[in-house]
Write a protein that binds this ligand. Structure first.
Ligand SMILES: Cc1ncc(C[n+]2csc(CCOP(=O)(O)OP(=O)(O)O)c2C)c(N)n1
Length: 287
């Protein structure tokens, strides 16, 4: 058991989140997980995009980067490739991760970058004051869907698993101890780990103050290790509100592949062709 206190990972800044926001629980869970693993702050880096949730790195005492909206993952990928010894944790909102940054999410997952991705999923755009997000339930009224959303929501873990994530879990912001246990597993995993966290926004989705009561079920089965489709079914079986770790698979990471490629390049440098040579090889030239 670690003797490090979770508060040693907190910066002096006081979070500006609204009272009751699920993001407080995520911050707590993250620092509890760091303490559990007795991680050295200088070995940690937390990267975010833009949003209420993306303020999180400011509240932690370690390296961090507040990137631009939707671009936390490419920044994190660059950092991890340059400094593979760091634990790189990416904290994003559902808009940041699945909407504007959705493209990066797919490709980071398929490449199996060794990143721990924690999505504070409040099912709304919080910072910009209540527009619908990719996880807003169908028919819900928001500032940009005053007659009810006509867009079916995506299921984050189905997307993550479909794209190739090697670790897929779901937690709840108001249960920080159980969430911390999931984050510990995600941090220990080598590869692209996704923890989608239901993190209620009590201001722009006041219905979420009570919406989850009695509706969340924690899985106590071991995660699937091969069958992604079974993991998807388990993650969605309880109307999309099943919690826990659904999938974990060991697989080579992108960093492993890059290392291999660099070694290969040292052994057999690729022939570099000059422009003249390329032009001469075009059809109808160089005859
Ligand atoms: C390129 C760009 N587009 C739009 C915005 C405006 N913007 C800032 S935060 C945000 C949405 C945040 O929602 P989410 O990622 O779910 O985070 P939350 O605030 O709910 O935690 C938007 C649209 C921006 N900053 N940059």
């Amino acid at each position: 058991m670690s003797t490090v206190e979770s508060k040693t990972y907190r910066s002096d800044l006081k979070p500006v989140w609204c009272p009751g926001c699920g993001d407080f629980g995520v911050l707590n869970a993250l620092t509890l997980a760091f303490a559990d693993l007795a991680l050295k702050p200088e070995h940690l880096s937390v990267i975010s995009g833009i949003g209420c949730s993306s303020r999180l790195p400011a509240y932690i005492r370690n390296y961090g980067f507040h990137a631009i909206h939707g671009r936390a993952l490419p920044v994190a990928a660059g950092l991890k490739l340059a400094r593979p010894e760091l634990h790189v944790i990416v904290t994003m909102g559902d808009g940041d991760a699945y909407s504007i940054g959705g493209n990066h999410f797919l490709h980071a997952a398929r490449r199996n970058l060794d990143l721990t991705c924690i999505v504070m999923d409040n099912r709304i755009y919080g910072m910009t004051k209540g527009q619908l997000s990719p996880t807003t339930p169908l028919k819900d009224r928001t500032h940009t869907s005053p007659y009810g959303s006509i867009d079916p929501p995506l299921h984050p873990l189905v997307v993550a698993l479909g794209a190739g994530a090697t670790f897929a879990a779901r937690g709840f912001g108001w249960e920080p101890r159980r969430l911390a246990a999931l984050i510990v597993q995600a941090l220990a995993h080598r590869g692209f780990s996704v923890v989608d966290v239901i993190s209620p926004c009590v201001v722009f989705r006041p219905e979420d103050r009570t919406a989850f009561k009695g509706k969340l079920t924690w899985t106590n089965e071991a995660p699937e290790t091969e069958d992604r489709f079974k993991a998807m079914a388990r993650a969605t079986s309880e109307k999309g509100l099943s919690l826990g770790l659904f999938f974990q698979k060991e697989a080579p990471t992108y960093e492993d592949a890059i290392k291999g490629e660099m070694e290969a390049a040292k052994q057999h440098p690729a022939p570099v062709r000059g422009l003249d040579e390329i032009v001469a090889a075009l059809p109808g030239r160089g005859e």
